[in-house]
Design a protein around this ligand. Sequence first.
Ligand SMILES: [Ca+2]
Length: 333
Amino acid sequence: MDYRVLVGFLLCGLGLTSCSHRQYHYVNLTRSWLDAQHYCRLKYTDLAILQSSEDLAAAKTDEISGSYVWIGLRDDPVSWRETMGNNYNSWVWSATLIINGGGYENWRSDEPDFQGALETCVMMFPDGTWADQNCNLKYTFICYIEDSSYPVEGEPSFEYEAPSNPPGQSKSYIWINQTATWKEAVSYCRRNYTDLAMIHTIEDKEEIVLVALQSPVWFGLFRKPWTWSNGKSVGFTNWRSNQPDNAQGKQSCVNEDETQKWSDADCSLEYTFLCHGALKVIKRFIHMTIHTDLDPSDLAVHVQITQQLETLLRNQSITDFKLGWNVSEIKQP
Ligand SMILES: [Ca+2]
């Protein structure tokens, strides 16, 4: 006798996790950071986004094998090296907080380099070239003033908001011949003038070189490093001590250790990884014809055939699935 049956598969994560709705999913495959991101976006939502200690607790797993696990944090050099990018970790002006895409730039060769993962403020050498530097170093600095409603009150903001007082065209540069950290310099300029200097053209650069009298100077360019894989700016962090350090200048992706502490690492290294988001469930329906003398509506037969189908799937290395089937039509010979 032939029975025509409809078999439905719900394939869940292809052997890597159960059909649950957990927010975080540990994937026990070793991949580069980019390949891990690709995998997570295919199967779930993205690499793990960890924005609070609650998220860390939810992502905690004892399944981890191996030393490090990629999470969805990186400081993509494409956004800040060589070009003035348009991402959250790109260079912006303290005066406008505008992400500066495609503007004038005058980096010294091999700069910016984010040395030690510490250099997120920009100084200008006496020859007019730029380098990123540790913001806590002290240099003299260049303020600018214009005849609008400045100065801005308060501390420099590191948030990316639309400027309330867009600067006008007419401006002049003032060299402050006392040394300060970059943040102190911003505060001083905002209190007394408009803000730290912006350099938009070669003419701006040459004017500053003249007023700075051969001193290296802070000006208004800075950036906030590290961005989540979903494009969000980083707030909460859980760095391991002495990390990040951008060792050898090529560590721009972040992993966590068994205690969930974070380190920056070379993105091409292969580690297991942590995804987040709901599993993208794959559904498959297959029509089959089964030759049997038994009645498939009989429970014992149903169980027997189900087990055989499950064995077939497992032999294909598919271990996470839910399987159901119905006799949709019975043909008598
Ligand atoms: Ca540097």
